[in-house]
Design a protein around this ligand. Structure first.
Ligand SMILES: Cc1cc2nc3c(=O)[nH]c(=O)nc-3n(C[C@H](O)[C@H](O)[C@H](O)COP(=O)(O)OP(=O)(O)OC[C@H]3O[C@@H](n4cnc5c(N)ncnc54)[C@H](O)[C@@H]3O)c2cc1C
Length: 398
């Protein structure tokens, strides 16, 4: 049975690995909704809480770019598993997943990125991840939409596509409910440990459970701090826009200019605008900064071949949202202490990995192994570190 069929049959498809287990999931973003679905399918009594509506955090503001183009073999495996799951869950009645090649490129003269990109593609090939290394001329032959005369080297990843992150999250939350989970939107909670429990902000009522998964995105640090548990996490602001210029393919990351773009039903979606300061998730500016759209569209205009994008005419909308950084740029996923689990710190790559990472953390709650390199207890929580852009060309050795 495909996963799409499982989504449709809901409770009939249960195995009962989690029978008698009660779990609270804090945060109905892509991670929390997927984990709630995976836990409910195993017979767990799950409640999925969100302080706002479903996908009201970063998952509702994400670009929806998905790929497995990672140099590190674990990252590539997770990226690849996630793509497979997007493919199998997507459909007319669930959410769209549009297969689309992902190109990442470095320009002549940008030696650091040129070298890093070559190394990354080699590592990917050694790991068995499908990736091609091409020069500017080869890129031009494959993708007429891109300007390529300044390109020194580019990678092309086969396993890639895009989706609507809000629709994915809403679908998984609905599927979780179909599998027996209880959805509690508009319900901010606090977390307490020993025993594991959630306390509802509204009336102070206490719900004791066997385990709590905190998947509260940029709020995770605050939620855990209120429980007396520090974690090494910093939220930071990024921005994106939609413009009405039509683009069919590819998705592209220009490493030298530091921005990405992808096709969008309204034209194209582009993003960058990372701010290297810690943001307050309760008070950050959700609107794009003045000048952001004009500056980014100038770079988009340069990268696309034979176009004339006019921000006044072509800008549809622009916005800001939050990503989360960790000291080593790897996420914090798994058991933090006693029956408290966490999943956050995705450096701008949380949506594309949600189907696989949420599945793994759900499995860990049910007694499976955690992911050692992502063990959230590897930090004390008081580490000093700088926020680093998540979307850089990264080699496995960094
Ligand atoms: C502009 C932009 C573009 C991006 N593009 C991409 C992309 O193309 N690909 C990609 O992989 N990633 C992208 N990201 C990153 C991606 O959005 C995140 O990594 C991912 O959505 C994180 O999902 P999450 O479920 O962990 O968190 P969230 O989606 O933030 O969900 C956390 C939820 O917890 C809730 N919550 C918080 N506190 C409480 C509380 N006390 N009680 C109850 N609920 C609470 C919040 O309301 C929220 O809904 C982008 C981010 C932004 C901002």
């Amino acid at each position: 049975m495909t996963e799409e069929a499982e989504l449709a049959v809901g409770a009939d498809a249960f195995t009962q690995r989690g029978a008698d287990l009660e779990v609270a999931v804090v945060g109905a973003g892509a991670i929390g909704a997927t984990a709630a679905y995976d836990l409910a399918r195993e017979g767990v009594d799950v409640t999925l809480y969100d302080r706002g509506s479903i996908a009201s955090g970063s998952s509702g503001r994400a670009a929806g770019v998905c790929y497995d183009a990672f140099a590190d073999s674990l990252d590539a495996e997770i990226g690849s598993d996630a793509i497979e799951r997007f493919r199998s869950l997507s459909g007319d009645d669930t959410f769209p997943f549009v297969e689309c090649p992902y190109v990442w490129l470095a320009r002549e003269g940008d030696e650091r990125n040129v070298e890093a990109l070559r190394e990354q593609v080699t590592r990917m090939q050694q790991n068995g991840t499908i990736a091609l290394e091409v020069d500017g001329d080869e890129l031009a032959e494959r993708f007429r939409a891109l300007r390529t005369d300044d390109v020194a080297v580019a990678g092309i990843a086969g396993a890639a596509g895009y989706t609507d992150p809000a629709r994915y999250t809403a679908c998984l939350a609905a599927a979780a409910e179909g599998a027996g989970a209880t959805l509690r939107p508009e319900t901010p909670v606090r977390v307490r440990t020993d025993p594991a429990r959630v306390v509802l902000d509204a009336d102070g009522s206490v719900h004791e459970v066997d385990a709590v998964l905190v998947a509260a995105g940029a709020h995770t640090k605050r939620v855990l701090a209120e429980a007396g548990i520090p974690i090494a996490l910093k939220p930071y602001r990024v921005q994106a826009l939609v413009a009405t210029y039509d683009l069919a393919e590819p998705m592209c990351y220009d490493a030298t200019a530091g921005f990405y773009l992808r096709p969008h039903p309204d034209g194209l979606l582009a993003g960058n605008g990372t701010e290297y300061v810690e943001a307050d998730p309760n008070a950050y500016d959700r609107d794009a900064s003045p000048g952001f759209a004009a500056d980014l569209l100038e770079r988009v205009d340069y990268r696309l071949s034979g176009v004339d994008i006019d921000p006044e005419r072509d800008l549809e909308r622009a916005w800001a949202g939050l990503c989360t950084a960790t000291p080593d740029r790897d996420p914090l996923v798994g058991r933090l202490e006693s029956e408290l689990y966490v999943a956050t710190g995705f450096q701008g790559h949380g949506f594309m990995r949600a189907p696989a990472l949420a599945e793994r953390v759900a499995d860990e709650i049910l007694g499976g192994d955690g992911i050692d390199p992502f063990d959230p207890a590897r930090f004390d929580g008081d580490e000093e570190f700088d926020i680093v852009e998540g979307m850089t060309i990264e080699t496995a050795n960094e």
